[in-house]
Design a protein around this ligand. Structure first.
Ligand SMILES: [Zn+2]
Length: 742
């Protein structure tokens, strides 16, 4: 009898333990949601990914090309067939295409660069020369310059510091930089700041060519004549159409004159293959490049300047081109004015099977299956908005113009923006607003890695722990949390996150589908199915991951935002900027002492001299107290909120709605209307692309970059701005607490 009652007592507990818990769902709703997710997985059809990729990558489909428009119409048709309210939103943007491209070496061994990627027999679409954009960097300046060349390694600010010590001045020179180390647009920007008159960027085989693996078509890597196209627009200042910053590029929009658009590069810049770069590099004399500056070419790398001059001539057609964003909505049943937004771009530099088609076909399959479930009875409380962006490659044009166009509505309605881009075989990676970290982690428990049969979280954990150093491994041991890294730039989230303060996620798989096809004519269907994601297994895994995120966010009773994770992450950033200041202070003191003691002069090889660096101003003590105080408040409120979060599941519906509105708009309180120093478009005070790194994120950018650039007063001002920002965030959480304590 006693035994029996024990069983009866334990039974409900066991039943609850078996049922899956989902953040923000009551147990009953979680069980229902999980049931629909199983059906979702079962209906994903790999054949669709293959069919759509064949079509979408069948011809070059850059901005302004016939296939770009055809692809948008093809996708819009499908979304409509699936029951989405679909429209194509059009904008008119400045998109330069090349008219003249000439690069030659003059002098005793003249050479003229081919600037052409040869077609390959086994890969049909590589032969569509008449439809392909030639290799170029979009938003380079027009120019006709002849000058001595100088090799500047990756062309980063630190490379110019070293050049300075070598006594090499690039004023009036054409610099040759290799790809890598930063976003490409940083290279000509820093070159121009140092007075260079032209910039050539080449793909060293060390980066993605024969030094990494067999080259295409034998292997996946970049062949000798392969070129990486790409934009050099100064996106860290503002992304989107250069002529309409902050406003939508509609037909009759007020436009800047081209000369007044600061995001257009100041000097001509051209990307080339290593085969075209080699004769130029060989012509360089002067000092031998430092060890870390050498790539994998079979030459001794010299810095120059070269004895033989380089002639670079570029001219572009600066027409406006039409963009086609596909926007497809599935209205929510209970909260149609709360939007869960999903996006991936559809434009490519050439055929773009990997970038971006691998991502967009997965998004389409996800959208198709969800709409099918809805027809079969799945109720989605919130509205889903599926987007296929145009013009991402030249400068996040389509997504930026659309977010600028719908600012007011998006500020009110947007709950989440979920972005994907090129996808490949390997491990889950994710970046985004840290409030979403626990929510995202639940999803990674439920998606199975197609190659190993364990969850994508387990697989990521294995990678992290195997590749970590010994010290980091101790910290990781047992901690399976998939951390969300911070978002900089690089794909279509900028308008959502950094302009409008919409919580955002960027996710994908990668790490095992590496190759050298990026932004070349070799990013083709053939290349993709051989090397990147054969069988589209990870295309399906991506749909399972993103689809869950969309459906859970659309259906949660209480939105799954965890403000406490945000607090913890920001506290970490604050520690970092304080350490950065302290380290900068001691490094400055040390270096100044070494300069005063003449140590640099004595340590350098007299036959190969390096100049002593200049004495630097000492680093003052900054006052972080307001920031620390704001953090303490935030720790307490978000900690308490975290503890009480589950109480929200018991709230009456109207109170729950009120709470949800606070939760999804809390990210907006991280915006500062005047934006970041020198770049008012970027309003988010926690995340921004680095002014001198491009893709690379800077967290607490206003403070961190001021410290890095030794602008102490600006650093102090930004400490105050961020303190106020966090106080505002804290107020929002306090409002939420009032509702929780009903
Ligand atoms: Zn892309």
């Amino acid at each position: 009898m006693r035994y029996l009652s024990l069983i009866i007592l334990l039974l409900p507990v066991a039943a609850i333990c078996n049922a899956q818990k989902l953040m923000g769902f009551t147990d009953g709703d979680a069980a229902n949601q999980t049931k629909w997710e199983k059906q979702f997985d079962a209906q994903l059809n790999v054949k669709n990914l293959d069919t759509w990729m064949k079509f979408l990558s069948s011809h070059p489909h850059h901005v302004g090309s016939p296939q770009d428009k055809a692809n948008a119409e093809y996708m819009a048709d499908l979304f409509s067939q699936w029951g989405y309210q679909t429209e194509i939103a059009s904008y008119y943007v400045l998109f330069p295409t090349p008219v003249i491209r000439e690069l030659e070496l003059t002098g005793s061994k003249p050479f003229r660069a081919k600037l052409e990627e040869p077609a390959l027999k086994g890969d049909k679409t590589t032969g569509q020369a008449s439809e392909q954009l030639p290799s170029y960097n979009a938003y380079s300046a027009d120019g006709d310059v002849t000058a001595e060349p100088v090799y500047v390694n990756q062309g980063l600010p630190s490379d110019y510091d070293e050049l300075e010590r070598m006594g090499i001045d690039v004023r009036g020179k054409i610099v040759i930089a290799r790809y890598g180390g930063s976003w490409r647009g940083i290279k000509p920007k820093v070159a121009a700041e140092h007075g260079a008159v032209g910039c050539i960027i080449y793909s060293d085989p060390e980066e993605d060519g024969y030094a990494r693996g067999d080259v295409y078509p034998e292997g996946a890597f970049r062949p000798g004549e392969g070129v990486q196209r790409g934009s050099v627009m100064d996106m860290p200042v503002y992304p989107g159409d250069p002529l309409t910053p902050g406003t939508a590029a509609t037909k009759d929009a007020k436009r800047l004159k081209r000369n007044d658009a600061v995001t257009i590069m100041k000097i001509p810049v051209l990307p080339v293959s290593w085969e075209d770069a080699l004769p130029l590099l060989k012509s360089l004399g002067g000092r031998v490049a430092p060890f870390s500056w050498r790539g994998a070419l079979p030459i001794t790398y010299h810095i120059g300047p070269g004895k033989e001059k380089v002639h670079l001539r570029l001219q572009f057609n600066w027409d406006l081109k039409q963009l086609y964003d596909v926007i497809a909505k599935l209205p929510g049943t209970e909260f149609p004015d709360e939007w869960i937004i999903r996006g991936n771009h559809h434009d490519a530099w050439v055929n773009g099977a990997g970038d971006p088609v691998s991502g967009i076909v997965s998004e389409m399959e996800e959208a198709r299956v969800i709409s099918g479930l809805v027809k079969n009875g799945l109720k989605l409380k919130r509205t889903l908005v599926y987007c296929a962006w145009d013009g991402e490659e030249p400068g996040l044009l389509g997504s930026t113009e659309w977010t600028e166009d719908h600012q007011a509505e998006l500020r009110k309605k947007a709950v989440l923006y979920l972005n994907t881009d090129a996808n490949s075989r390997g491990f889950i990676y994710a970046s985004g607003s840290q409030t979403l970290e626990p929510f995202f982690n639940e999803i990674t428990d439920d998606v199975i890695d197609p190659q190993t049969g364990v969850s994508i979280k387990e697989r990521k954990y294995a990678l992290d722990i195997v590749s970590a150093g010994q010290a980091a491994r101790v910290n990781l041991n047992g901690n399976r949390n998939v951390e969300l890294s911070a978002l900089g730039a690089g794909s279509d989230w900028s308008g959502f996150l950094q302009l409008l303060g919409i919580a955002s996620l960027n996710i994908g798989f990668g790490g095992e589908g590496e190759g050298g096809e990026y932004h070349s004519i070799y990013d083709s269907y053939e290349h993709f199915i051989r090397f990147t994601d054969p069988g589209f297994q990870y295309g399906i895994a991506l749909a399972e991951t993103a689809g869950r995120a969309m459906m859970r966010m659309a259906n949660a009773d209480v939105l799954p935002f965890d403000v406490n994770t945000f607090y913890k992450t920001v506290a970490g950033y604050v520690t970092e900027v304080k350490t950065l200041t302290d380290n900068s202070r001691s490094a400055t003191e040390e270096e100044n002492m070494m300069i005063r003691d003449n140590l640099f002069a004595l340590a350098t090889d007299p036959l190969n001299k390096l100049k002593s660096p200049e004495i630097k101003d000492p680093v003052p003590y900054l006052n972080f107290s307001d920031l620390e105080n704001a953090l303490v408040q935030l720790r307490d409120t978000t900690g308490e909120f975290h503890k009480l979060y589950n109480n929200a599941l018991l709230l009456p519906p109207d109170r729950q709605k009120e709470l949800n509105e606070i939760l999804f708009t809390v990210e907006r309180s991280l915006l500062y209307d005047k934006g970041l120093p020198g770049r008012p478009w970027y309003k988010h005070q926690i995340y921004a692309p680095g002014y001198y790194t491009g893709y690379g994120v800077k967290t607490l950018p206003g403070i961190r970059e001021a410290i890095e650039q030794r602008k102490w007063q600006e650093a102090q001002e930004n400490i105050e701005i961020v303190s106020k920002t966090l106080e505002g965030y804290n107020l929002q959480v306090q409002h939420a607490m009032k509702i929780l304590r009903f």
